[in-house]
Design a binder for this molecule. Sequence first.
Ligand code: ADP
Ligand code: MG
Length: 448
Amino acid sequence: MSYCVFCGKDLRKGGDFVKNTDGALLCKSCVSTASDIFVRKDTSVKGSLKAGDQPNKVNLKQIVRDYSPKKIFDALSEYVIGQETAKKVISLAVYNHYKILSMIDDSDVEFEKSNILLLGPTGSGKTLLARTLSKILRVPFAIGDCTSFTEAGYVGDDVENVLLTLLIDANYEVEEAQKGIVYLDEIDKKTKTSGNVSISRDVSGEGVQQSFLKLIEGTVANVPLAGGRKNPTSQQVVKMDTRHILFICGGAFVGLERIIAKRTRKGAFIGFNNDPQPIDKADYSLFHRAEAEDFMEYGFIPEFIGRLPVKVALNGLGKKEFKRILSEPKNAIVRQYAKLCELDGCELVFEECGLDRIVDIALEKKIGARGLRAVFERILRNDMFMLRENNRKQIVMTAEYVDRQMAHQEEDFMRELREAAGKAADKTSEPLSEKAMALEASAQKDAA
Ligand SMILES: Nc1ncnc2c1ncn2[C@@H]1O[C@H](COP(=O)(O)OP(=O)(O)O)[C@@H](O)[C@H]1O
Ligand SMILES: [Mg+2]
């Protein structure tokens, strides 16, 4: 025998190796990869587990026994407000996925994976849904941001990097990671350039779709242990089979509604008064009617869309949902801040009008429910900063309080701006506006 028993490399062609008494060979690269995994596993297990804890194993039979689609739905609803259709579709798809996995050995029926495509405006709960799902089912979970991925040969990350994140979440247990969930965010940024010219596209979009295609469908991927780009000569790679990984893709799909509108309006009715109305406001309700052909026109290759058989649209959230999001979820913002203040001996009291005001401000930001937390943080920033010094016993959050705090923020902000501008004038001849803009940009980033 002259092959490495691990990777199958032909050792007659050279390379260092070790041999056991039976004559089995192990190449140097596999030895070092294995040892590296042991070291990482050791540190990550020690870091995350308390004494006596067992590392979580994914127990498929238990998932299927403990959960029905309805139970998954109910568990999701503890964190995700509204989006009933999306929650229902996802619960069923995920239940089926794990049911199939749990009996895959004793079934001769071939199943296709129910990978999911989530479409909906920013801040409507796409990432939250995927994250909550993995938390409920206690399976390894990873989020990959598609904007950072590029086709091999371009500058950027290889798509396999998301599998490394998954592997780390599974404490480097490859077997466990292979039963996990991967959420690919901003999938809509990886469309090819030719399909739709109205929105600027990444040049390598189609190449990335091709790479994802293989992952999503199921392949044995080479996962670079150090992340970044694959470098076959020096990097250690782990092989991971993606056949049983559930992929959820999400995106805001800006502009897709126009494509759907165009298609559905075509031949709708002929007569007077049927001039197409210009759509000035994105109509997300049209997302529910999206078909494969719309995605193709948007810039996806048909094979890619075909690999995501479960497509579901999320609704844009309005005032009513915003208000519920503030106080209803298990980890609701209102509860979190009340607890934080309580720990410093201060009671945080919420008046209806105060919450309404917060909702209005967050809605104006147009970044979905994501804005709620930012607004909250801004309003309470000053008082929480001085809570201990002032020994304050109560804060009552009324509309006036909210307005006053927001105004304070503006004052502070303007003063900061003026000071920065003044400093800039003293020191350099750079145009002031640039400094001010940079400051504003960083403040906005803070707020978002
Ligand atoms: N439907 C929802 N129910 C509860 N909270 C939500 C919902 N949608 C968004 N949020 C809040 O807004 C934040 C951002 O939402 P996220 O899921 O990341 O949006 P996106 O759809 O852009 O992925 C979440 O962390 C959560 O706090
Ligand atoms: Mg998201």
